[in-house]
Design a protein around this ligand. Sequence first.
Ligand code: UDX
Length: 430
Amino acid sequence: MKIGIIGCGHVGLVTAACFAQKGNSVFCVDNDEQRINMLRAGRMPFYEPGLEDMILTNIRNRRIVFSTRIKDAVNTCEALFISVSTPSMPSGALDLSAVEHVSREIAVNMRSYKLIVEKSTVPVRTCDKVHQTIKKYVPRGVSFDVASNPEFLREGSAIYDSMNPDRIVIGVSSKRAENILKRLYKPFKARIITTDIKSAELIKHASNSFLAMKISFINAVANVCELADANIDEVAYGIGMDNRIGHAFLKAGTGYGGSCFPKDVSGFIAIADSLGYNFGILKEVQKTNLLQRQYMVRKIESELWIVSNKTIGILGLAFKPDTDDIREAPALDVIKMLLEKGAKIKAYDPKAMENVKKVFPDITYCKNAYETADKADCVAVLTEWKEFAGMNLKKLKNIMSHPTIIDGRNIFDPAKIRKAGFTYHSVGRP
Ligand code: UDX
């Protein structure tokens, strides 16, 4: 099938790569000329394991082309996926102007039937607006359908998630649209859930908000564990054994970040508000998540008392491992709070340092974890990169001024690390 993907961000590029890998011809469009030139040269605009290889293979096979012109995609393709960015506005609601613009551009260029599929994360009823807009601008007599097909890929394992989805959700209002999407997704051999369009839009917001709620819940329980001298690892294991709850997303830590959960939770609160429902639970989820970052700073302070002029080594800057994405990363807030208190920050991340340099140009960036710990009064682990858990504890202890670790991701075994001579605090563990 010939497919157009409008918007070459994380969702668009991964979707394009996977559709091409399944034998489709994919026409990728982005209005950022620099990005398109980069992609044509086979360079990725962000780090995502496996993406570059898959894109390069499909460029060579002539199954992916890149362009800045929506018109060309509309001329060539039967289905057009909108995967442009929908950033949060200060109110928490999403800015949908890029979706509106793309819908108009598609409409004016349509000469025959097209299926327009909304894949960006958008509030419920956005597809209605897309439909209205296309109807207004499309040449008379040209028919079309709009569908919702939310994505559930995780950064860092986006290719795997897209090639092996738990489920594929398609929200449609016609048999023709349903058939096109089913044909496209057949090779993925996944369960396809067909719903009305508004329900599909809601599934996306509700899924991410539920997962964020699970994380804030377990972090709140971890805080109670600390006060009661109980162990969150054992509590999470015990409650996760209940099939109705499950173990996933019950890892206590410094809270969630990234481009999705914070934005989706506030987006869901905003759309619910505008429909007349006060989504109180989700407001608490947000609050709990931000407090978790403050608790990290409080833990560092409770060890060092005054942090001013002390050297704090930060291990991990990305919002999670295996990505260079620092959007809404807890580490950024923690560093900001520590700098405001006069701390000297040394930092290391295997992938995300170039991005953080743009936010904090004046902190010290290190070549590796040991250099970060060298002469530090305290080390804080804020992203659970595998290489941190495998560090040589003896070496680490010898190079630190005061061997103190605040483990915001529970990567170390408390007994082992104390035995190695460290002062150690983690999240929700005695
Ligand atoms: C998420 C959803 O998983 C995905 O389905 C959706 O399409 C996009 O948003 P992503 O943002 O890539 O994906 O990351 P994910 O792996 O889900 O983690 C999100 C955040 O939650 C990270 O900051 C992570 O550190 C945190 N997290 C996750 C926890 O703190 N504890 C957990 O148990 C799990």
